[in-house]
Design a protein around this ligand. Sequence first.
Ligand SMILES: Cc1ncc(COP(=O)(O)O)c(C=O)c1O
Length: 299
Amino acid sequence: MLQKYNPKNENIQVWVGDQLYHRNEAKVSVFDSSVQGGDTVWEGVRVYKEGLLHLDRHIDRMFESAKALAFDHVPTRDFIKNAIKQTLKANGQEENTLIRLTLSRGEKITSGMDPRLNQKGSCLIVLAEWKPLVYDNASGIKVVTSTQRRNGPQFLDSKIHHSNLLNNILAKIQANIAGVDAGIMLDERGFVAELNDTNLFMVKNGKLFTPFANACLHGITRGFVLELAEKNGIPSEERNLSLVDFYNADEVFATGTMGELTPVQEMDGRKIENKSGTNLREELSELMRKARVDHCEKL
Ligand SMILES: Cc1ncc(COP(=O)(O)O)c(C=O)c1O
């Protein structure tokens, strides 16, 4: 699956720092920390007609990532919400929009790793693109296992949602070479962590399983699925899961803001065969659709 250029995004306005620019003029300095070291944190936030889904949870996670990286002069929640509001208004976006919300450590006075060189404060970017769900949730995706391991806390804690995405990009390159949609990333012990861009769930005999959030992003959609399962009496468990567990599952699906709940139809060439006839992914998608109005914020 290769995303295509959407001509609706030709003239979008993008927020950089403290104002909006036409996409062709929206730029950061070559001294910006994003260029210098991928030293930024980010969130993907989806806009539905009901509003922005889990906006506060995304901003909370961004603040936690920024604190973990010891960013200075982080904008307030009100500033971020206002920047998003201005951007969506300028682009007339009320649904089918995915916001890439990035906070860079900002511009440096000279190139170098040292955060003390960042003397202008952090820089907020609100890139809101017209972007419906990225994966086709009717047909699903195929995935292969990458040799690239997902970071656990002993290397670079995956709970920091940073833009230094090279390990995930290497996994995606391997998936591209294999002609499939995404790369499965294992943790350092060989248990499944997540896909290069989304979290993973499996269903076996009517029970929902997902890996511990030790070496994967603690995805907001992942959390929402676990929350909805609990509220609706669907048994679920976080545990160490190997590839063999996944190959023999009744259902496997990926979760993320970019694509909601996407069925995985094949892993490493093994078809996912549903022996118990459950359709928990569809049930949970429906529960999400119904609950959305209570979890969205209109700006
Ligand atoms: C590596 C990775 N895993 C999972 C996710 C899904 O997280 P969320 O549900 O918060 O969108 C993302 C989203 O950015 C991601 O980058």
